[in-house]
Design a binder for this molecule. Structure first.
Ligand SMILES: *Cc1c(COP(=O)(O)O)cnc(C)c1O
Length: 455
């Protein structure tokens, strides 16, 4: 399998090259040249086996099948549920797909646990090292720190918005004492963090000197591993399914789109936004317009610029790299764009609804009271969107985080704090290590350059 850049100016590369590069050298995102047909996974009784079958074509030519199987075995053994992503019935042909049974209690683990082993495997084969830099709205950071701590050949720098993530999310990162992990609290929003990371990638000299690499969902391997649970849910229900996906960076719902393109029997994909509803407004108005980020009780979705949308834009514009680049450039310089070709394709592929914090809180209280089921504030946005759009069943809402990660919002909705799993309790008690930094590219670059010399 070979990979193309959405900006069309980078050479075609294999799976492991695009894995280590993260962002393509022309500033685009990598995509496989074509989506392979979905493998037959039967009733998906074994998650890991299904994952290997579905993703093997994406690594073909770069990673031997036996090695790939071993990497995925190792990753999914660390999940608490043998089903990895269990389905929970909440009535009316509506199910939760629980994606939070990994080490950091959010869905980011499903891809990140694989990435940790995969990076180490490939760096060892190449006898080289990388500097992984990332931006996080909370859960990616925790998952990356957990997956990459003490890994050989990797130095990790994670930028997070100071005060913009929950305490549990922050502590899951900052209580890690591994010498190769550097947490940077940035005086800015998640979008600022993401822009700083992109700016470091566009500085070619800096990028090459430090061997920059990415674990954000700009990395195709993340999206690819998320395709699996859509296909698994459809196989388990054995009927065409509508998915409701709490979305911020458009990574998760885009993975659903890829699953459908590969042949998974998906009837509908709902984009569920919190008050940062650029994706929902784009759906209703055909204009994609950046507004100020507002802080909500679902902080992992407090995002305006959804980086993965570029992959969808590339497809909507007929795989035209120049047109994609023009679209993205105009969007960023004017803070808004109206393009009918993209908007029409987007409306055909998805439906969308915005759910406020207050509405989400009602959803949490209702499920707790009626069914004794606790959901986190991100999942509540997904369930709330189903309540607004009322699709025909079966409907699967992706449960993206464990409620204990957002205990304040749960307590506000239900009156009680959720029980804290052991995996989280340890992080809540340990001492924190992080560095506060201004929203300034040069300062952050010099911090990275200094730590790399010690490496
Ligand atoms: C990251 C995250 C999201 C949003 O996922 P995207 O891939 O950015 O759309 C939703 N919920 C939780 C809990 C998350 O951590």
């Amino acid at each position: 399998m070979r990979y193309v850049s959405t900006r069309g100016k980078a050479p075609l590369v294999g799976f492991t090259d695009q894995l280590l590069e993260g962002l393509a050298p022309d500033g685009g995102l990598y995509l496989p040249e074509e989506f392979p047909p979905l493998a037959d996974i039967g009733s998906a009784a074994d998650y890991t086996d299904a994952a290997v079958r579905i993703t093997l074509p994406f690594v073909a030519g770069d990673i031997p099948a036996d090695d790939w199987g071993m990497l995925l075995e190792n990753a999914y053994r660390r999940f608490e549920s043998p089903e990895v992503t269990p389905l929970v019935d909440i009535g009316n042909d509506h199910f939760l797909l629980e994606l939070f049974h990994g080490p950091t209690l959010a869905f980011k683990d499903i891809a990140m646990q694989v990435l940790g082993d995969l990076f180490e495997y490939e760096l060892k084969r190449r006898a080289t090292s990388v500097t992984v830099i990332g931006a996080t709205s909370g859960d990616t950071g925790a998952a990356a720190v957990q997956a990459l701590a003490d890994r050989q050949g990797i130095e990790l720098f994670m930028l997070f918005p100071d005060g913009g993530i929950s305490e549990a999310q922050r502590r899951q990162m900052t209580t890690c004492q591994a010498a190769n992990v550097h947490n940077l609290a940035v005086d800015g929003s998640f979008d600022d963090c993401q822009d700083l990371v992109k700016a470091m990638f566009s500085d070619e000299a800096f990028r090459n000197r430090h061997g920059l690499s990415a674990v954000n969902s700009i990395n195709w391997a993340r999206v690819m591993m998320q395709v699996v649970y859509y296909a698994v849910a459809v196989a388990r229900l054995n009927r065409p399914v509508t998915f409701s996906v709490p979305t911020g960076n458009f990574g998760n719902v885009y993975a659903g789109h890829v699953a459908r393109r590969m042949g998974a029997d998906i009837k509908g994909l709902i984009i569920a936004s919190n008050r940062n509803d650029i994706l929902t407004r784009f759906h209703a108005e055909s204009v994609m317009e950046i507004r100020d980020v507002v802080r909500t009780t679902s902080p992992s979705m407090d995002i305006q610029v959804s980086s993965n949308l570029e992959r969808f834009v590339f497809e909507a514009l007929g795989h035209d790299g120049s047109a994609t680049e023009a679209f993205m450039t105009e969007f960023r310089s004017n803070q808004s764009i109206a393009d009918h070709k993209v908007a029409d394709a987007y409306r055909n592929a998805f439906s969308a609804a915005m759910v406020t914090d207050a509405e989400g809180s009602e959803v949490i209280a209702d499920l707790a009271a009626r069914l004794n089921v606790l959901i986190d504030p991100h999942t509540a946005i997904g369930v709330g969107a189903v309540g607004k759009l009322k699709p025909e069943g079966p409907v699967v809402t992706l449960a993206t985080a464990h409620p204990a990660k957002f205990s304040d919002a749960i307590a506000a909705a239900t009156g009680d704090k959720p029980a804290v799993p052991d995996r989280l309790q340890a992080a809540l008690n340990a001492p924190e290590t992080f560095q506060s930094v201004p929203r300034d590219l040069e300062t952050i670059k010099s911090i990275i350059a200094q730590s790399r010399q010690e490496f």
